[in-house]
Design a protein around this ligand. Sequence first.
Ligand SMILES: Nc1ncnc2c1ncn2[C@@H]1O[C@H](COP(=O)(O)OP(=O)(O)OP(=O)(O)O)[C@@H](O)[C@H]1O
Length: 527
Amino acid sequence: MKDNNGLFGDIQLSKKLYSAVAEMGFEEPSPIQSKTIPLVLEGHDVIGQAQTGTGKTAAFGIPIMERITDSRQIQALVLTPTRELAIQVSEELAKIGKFRRIKTLPIYGGQSIDRQIRALHFGVQVVIGTPGRLLDHIRRNTIKLNSVKMLVLDEADEMLDMGFVDDIEAILQNIPAEDRQTLLFSATMPKPIATLAAKYMKTPKTVTISKEQLTVPLIDQIYYETRDKLDGLCRVLDLEDADKLIIFCRTKRGVDDLVASLQGRGFMADGLHGDLSQSQRDKVMKKFRDGKLEILIATDVAARGLDIDHVTHVINYDIPQDHESYVHRIGRTGRAGKKGIAITFIGPREYRQLKLIENLAKTRIIRKQLPSPADVLERQRDLLKGRINRMVEQGGFSDYHTIVSELATDYDPLDIAAAALKLFQEGFKEKPDSEDSTPNFANTGGQPGMVRLFINAGKAQKIRAEDIVRTIASEADIQGSRIGVINIYEKFTFVEVPEDVAERVISVMHKNTIKGYKVNVEPAKGR
Ligand SMILES: Nc1ncnc2c1ncn2[C@@H]1O[C@H](COP(=O)(O)OP(=O)(O)OP(=O)(O)O)[C@@H](O)[C@H]1O
């Protein structure tokens, strides 16, 4: 950010606000901020619409923190549809108001109300809350809203939807209307909502950043049509080079089932939905934000507003109910100018619904073919090559030179490298020397077009791993003559089958939630 006494783009900020946004790494205001912050600072009511991840929180947060006085009364109230969003917005506003020492407080269900009462008693200037718990405090008379001058409806179209509108009106009755400044923000603003909003506002200024397209252009949007979504999802997860992924299901039960299926396949996944206790929700969100969880599986409770770093993929395991939900769900990736990938799975009868979403969201969703086992194999090899490239660039493996140079007196370095790679891939385990540790294939000649399925049955015993393979082989209708079951290590079992058969084996395996196994595909080798 240029050091020129408080200018944030063309917006003149106080020194303290300027220092705060500089500390947050904001160089220039985003389009929605450039257009709405001056209007809010002048005292106008504003309806702001801009794509997901483009800084709407700071668009209202900066002017709020600029206009709040030091008196310890609640002067601004921000309403959000979910608890996680209340917490997140409270933290972002606290950063913006840091040098002004403004006190913000999230108020939401599931957290001890006594703790909130104590904090309110201590004195805060900005409250960010979900309507239900706020109404609890109003009924108990443990919150005073008579000094509120600024009211924000974040995710406004959701807040004014029939589920919330009565609660919103009940809250509004406790805020003096004459000098109340009302701000509405969302990435989607259906016409009926904008009309309804006018009822609560005084000649609002409307700022729309994204008329032509509701979704972020930096998000690659694709879809797969399949009858077996779990099989398709597992292949995509095996193939994609993701950092963090959010997978959306339509129901809480769907979330729980998918969590079990993916955990059973060794993926680091966990679920988030409204039936979880608040402490469970907080724990899952913390693990996901801290990078200790790779896959968050959620209902639409996580669709709006959540701003989590490094979410590279959003996957609609169930197609969203409407285009607004689609826009918000995929908006969890591709934020603040970063790229993202949005994948939607549809069944044969959901094609028309997808096309409707595409038209209403004014976007394009490209059809793609699901990856085949050979694609998965190819991808795994590319990822392995990528990891080796990075390792060679980084260096730091000189300790291993001795081993290689000793081996190089007897073997070709190429063979040494290939053998080391194979051990790495197979999760090398110390094992007693056997006269011939290279596997000899029973019943297979390593014919071309064959692939090897490594079934890592986790902690299962050798016999268990073979059981798995034989069960699956019979379920996948593989005749004995075409399958080689060799035990390379205690926990690895090896199946060499024709490529087309591999496809059946993999889909059968993905259907069985056999605890803790993972399947890898390798090209077959001759004798
Ligand atoms: N001017 C800015 N420069 C750089 N980063 C910014 C700027 N304003 C906001 N950000 C960052 O961009 C990210 C997205 O901001 P925010 O969550 O407010 O988006 P949003 O428009 O509210 O998204 P959604 O519609 O999903 O709620 C946040 O990490 C925020 O800190």
